[in-house]
Design a binder for this molecule. Structure first.
Ligand code: GLC
Length: 533
């Protein structure tokens, strides 16, 4: 009998981006009451848990990943009472709630950073961050968002910010920082949250000598899976932090979890974050980044399962989130297209129909894999990236900091369409939306898809039900000869990447298919089928 405390091993976890999920008061910005009001939708979809991107007080220079107070709710999103109501209502509906924790950096408006600026060089307040003296930046590190990772204060010291200038990195060698985050964990655990998604989990500890590193700035830091990690990522010291957090979580009932956002390679190194005394899960970004080819997918699936099995952790799967181009658009580019830092009107545009077709096939493949899957809000509607957003609306700091070389991530963060014919497509009561919604989005609205056979929403809902019924999250992968096909328990999963239709084995009974089969009952190109044998 599976313990309830182990719910996360096969959970489907849905990411809500609070700014863009649902707006209850018509100011064009999503909010917590908006989310609470729409939770029944997630229950109906059939997910197990909801991960909320940050809703804490924040100047919003990085859409809330710049936290000014870890124990509050930004007035844009509501108040602590609204958070309590959201958690209670989710639990009533049988949904778990995971909140986002941002421990690598605070906002520059956090009381600690303000105190550090006021107290000056050499003060204990500055010891909570990474300040250094010098006429030049202390080293060659680049910010993930572009430009130097060092900013000078008026008194001449420099502080480190691996992200925006408004996101100073904390000094995790300082015991006070460690104590503070243990207290923050308890604060939210006491309010009933079921876990934490840990932002930039591979970044907290820096190489002691702040050794130079000249590779181009990316969150991956120019990772060479064979070589040593870059001096700002994946340092050995991060692990004892997560061990101490795990001890706190284990004092609470019901299975509270930690999930690492760690851009770490190879899979065996990432698996070190999910050893039995550390975190529970880590996002599988190599899977998200795998090309749409049978060889790439088979090898990332095998490597991920092997690495996680070796430490007894579930493998996770993900195709979209708030930092990447939505997979319905990403997959509409030719195979081999490198990772895109956003798309604008002047850039090559994806083939929308091909992208959606492949996205549906990719999702059905993902949801058949054993372990835990992450969905990003709107993908259940087949939502594409906004690929023609006028640049004047862009808010992602990467756009400015990269000198407009990167369009940034706004295109995947556009408020959701709920009702085709309502103002802001039902995102809120007013015709207001903090990022513009494309004029073509009525067709993606939830009310155009519910109860409509073959719609993307019905595909997701049916897949989640079958996944549960057949225990796919607890199963395994047994590859079959021939086409790209595997068995998971009593379900055969076939994805056709080739040009010719693929026949199913005799006696196979189709349970679900990402697109209709051809007239001869064969699987067409770019289609995934689940069949019972
Ligand atoms: C993570 C978040 C991203 C944010 C960055 C800095 O990568 O997912 O949205 O910009 O951390 O906090």
């Amino acid at each position: 009998m599976v313990q309830n405390d182990e719910w996360w091993r096969d959970a489907v976890i849905y990411q809500v981006y609070p700014r863009s999920f649902a707006d209850s008061d018509g100011d064009g910005m999503g909010d917590l009451p908006g989310i609470t009001g729409r939770l029944p939708h997630l229950r109906e979809l059939g997910v197990d848990a909801v991960w909320l991107s940050p809703f804490y007080p924040s100047p919003q220079h990085d859409a809330g990943y710049d936290v000014a107070d870890y124990r509050g709710v930004d007035p844009r999103f509501g108040d602590l009472g609204d958070a309590d109501k959201l958690i209670a209502e989710a639990h009533n509906l049988g949904l778990k709630i995971i909140v986002d924790l941002v421990p690598n950096h605070t906002s520059s408006e956090h009381a600690w950073f303000q105190a550090a600026l006021a107290a000056g060089p050499g003060s204990p307040e500055r010891e909570r961050y990474i300040f250094r003296d010098g006429d030049e930046p202390p080293n060659s590190w680049q910010s993930v968002f572009g430009g130097s990772a060092w900013e000078r204060t008026p008194d001449g010291q420099w502080y480190l910010h691996l992200f925006d200038v408004s996101q100073p990195d904390l000094n995790w060698d300082n015991p006070e920082v460690r104590e503070e985050f243990l207290a923050v964990l308890r604060f939210w655990l006491d309010r009933g949250v079921d876990g934490f998604r840990v932002d930039v989990a591979h970044g907290l500890v820096k190489d002691k000598n702040l050794t130079d590193w000249t590779t181009a700035s990316t969150i991956l830091g120019g990772l060479d899976p064979a070589g040593p990690p870059p001096p700002m990522w994946d340092q050995e010291g991060v692990h004892e932090i997560y061990q101490s957090w795990r001890q706190v979580l284990d004092q609470y009932p019901g299975g509270r979890i930690l999930v690492a956002e760690a851009w770490v390679a190879p899979a065996s190194r990432l698996a070190r974050y999910v050893r039995p005394d550390e975190m529970h899960q880590a996002f599988n970004f190599p899977y998200l980044e795998a090309q749409w080819t049978p060889a790439a997918l088979r090898s990332v699936i095998d490597e991920s399962l092997a690495a996680n099995d070796a430490v007894g952790a579930p493998t996770t799967w993900v195709l979209s989130n708030h930092d990447v181009v939505r997979h319905a658009s990403r997959l509409g580019f030719p195979v081999g297209t490198p990772r895109m830092p956003g798309i604008g009107a002047g850039d090559p545009q994806p083939d929308a129909a091909l992208g959606l077709r492949r996205a549906r096939a990719a999702t059905l493949l993902m949801l058949a894999l054993p372990g835990s899957a992450y969905l990003y809000q709107g993908e259940e509607l087949g939502l594409p990236e906004h690929t023609t957003m006028p640049d004047e609306f862009r808010e992602d700091p990467a756009w400015e900091r990269s000198g407009h070389a990167e369009r940034g991530r706004d295109g995947c963060r556009v408020p959701l369409p709920w009702e085709a014919d309502a103002p802001s497509y039902g995102f809120g009561p007013a015709d207001a939306s903090w990022l513009p919604q494309p004029a073509t989005w009525a067709e993606f609205a939830l009310d155009r898809q519910q109860g409509v056979a073959g719609s993307t929403w019905e595909l997701y809902r049916t897949a989640l039900g079958l996944r549960r019924e057949h225990g796919l999250g607890r199963g395994g992968v047994t590859w079959q000869d021939g086409a790209f096909a595997f068995r998971n328990g009593d379900v055969l999963v076939v994805t056709n990447f080739g040009a010719d239709a693929v026949a199913l084995p005799a006696g196979a009974r189709v349970l679900l298919s990402s697109e209709p089969l051809d007239d001869d009952g064969r699987v067409p190109t770019d289609v995934t089928v689940w069949a019972a044998l």
